[in-house]
Design a binder for this molecule. Structure first.
Ligand code: MG
Length: 370
């Protein structure tokens, strides 16, 4: 089986509401999405989606995905998409780094492998758990009552997991936010306080030690792994790392040096499922739990993340973030697994289990073929 055609689509995915993170430092109103359609000489079609969370969040650039695909296309055409690691090596050799460019290609290859074997991606990843994965809300940073209002609106839809954005330079305001939300936390709820790298080492130490009695988990409380190592040494609260978890070497360093208790694995950032599953296995081998996320995007990106989340044993999964509810457009109406009653559960459809409605994507902006 050979790849014979690559079609690239560009779509803006507007957010229903403006979104603030990093203590209000960063604002997002729309996501720049790239959809990739891979076609094979056997007639199988696989879909991928690459949607960075804007271009100010981490080094990932929506237009860069399209530019990168132009560079990769010639090296991809003619390969067997079922040979995931051959495709991975070809991409890494042709375009070192730029993992966010490779993830939608990797995703479409998994989709094709699943269809070729009549197995879902989660079954290919080792087998689905019987339970669904709690979907995490994403709570934009703001005043304590504003944030509780968002959490309450998600609770009404069954959500039990929440990622609350903190990380302002006003440390007393962050302490107030965290204490207010914890006072209103319901039994069994999972709440992660996501700093998104906004704190200096001093600010992290001040806030985390001021609320150490609560035992809450902080995500990415510093900019780099060196910062997090230092913060770890002067605090006791559990730590999750996501923006600094990019490569397998990051994962092994975090595990070996005990820098974090939770991996936040974002598929677009780490380059797709082929690379993410190795991080999953490092986490399980070291007693590290996981949050699984696409980074952003439509129901397709959510489902890719859900397949990985569904392959993780219950004791190691915290939640899987779902972005689809935050968008004002749906490129696959009525298709694919949806977030229901706060849980996301993939079915046993072969491959990804969802394809976009192509009429909603418009014409491809580029087509590469042999
Ligand atoms: Mg995060």
């Amino acid at each position: 089986m050979k790849l014979c055609k690559i079609s690239v689509f560009h779509k803006q995915l507007p957010l229903k509401d403006p979104y603030w993170l990093s203590g209000g430092r960063l604002k997002f109103e729309t996501l720049d999405a790239t959809f990739v359609k891979l076609e094979t000489d056997a007639g199988l079609v696989g879909w991928g989606e690459g949607t960075p969370w804007g271009h100010t969040y981490v080094p990932a650039h929506g237009p860069g995905i399209r530019a990168g695909l132009e560079t990769l296309a010639a090296a991809l055409l003619g390969l067997d998409p079922r040979q995931l690691e051959t495709v991975e090596r070809a991409m890494d050799k042709t375009l070192p780094g730029h993992l966010y460019v490779k993830q939608p290609v990797d995703m479409a290859c998994w989709d094709i492998l699943g269809q070729a074997t009549d197995l879902s991606i989660s079954d290919l990843l080792g087998g689905r758990r019987s339970t669904g994965t709690p979907a995490a809300s994403s709570v934009s940073s703001g005043k304590p009552d504003y944030m509780m209002g968002i959490i309450e609106s998600y609770r009404e839809r069954g959500y039990v997991a929440h990622s609350a954005k903190v990380g302002g330079s006003d440390t007393s305001a962050d302490i107030e936010r965290i204490r207010h939300i914890e006072t209103n936390r319901k039994p069994g709820e999972i709440i992660l306080y996501d700093v998104n790298r906004a704190w200096t080492r001093r600010e992290a130490s001040l806030v985390m030690n001021a609320v150490a009695d609560l035992g809450v988990t902080f995500e990415q409380p510093g900019e780099t792994l060196d910062d997090i190592a230092q913060i770890r040494s002067v605090t006791t609260s559990p730590i999750s790392v996501d923006e600094s978890l990019v490569t397998l070497q990051d994962a092994t360093r975090i595990a070996r040096d005990g820098l974090a208790d939770v991996f936040g694995i974002k598929l677009n950032r780490v380059g797709g499922l082929t690379k993410a599953r190795r991080m999953r296995d490092v986490a399980i081998a070291h007693g590290i739990q996981m949050f699984i996320m696409a980074t952003g995007g439509s129901v397709m990106a959510d489902i890719e993340a859900a397949h990985l989340a569904q392959s993780i044993p219950d004791e190691f999964i915290q939640a899987c973030w779902s972005c689809q509810d935050m968008l004002s457009v749906d490129i696959a109406p009525g298709r694919g697994a949806r977030c229901e009653a706060g849980f996301i559960t993939v079915d046993d459809s072969p491959g990804l289990g969802v394809a976009p409605d192509e009429s909603l994507l418009g014409d491809p902006i580029a087509v590469y073929a042999v």
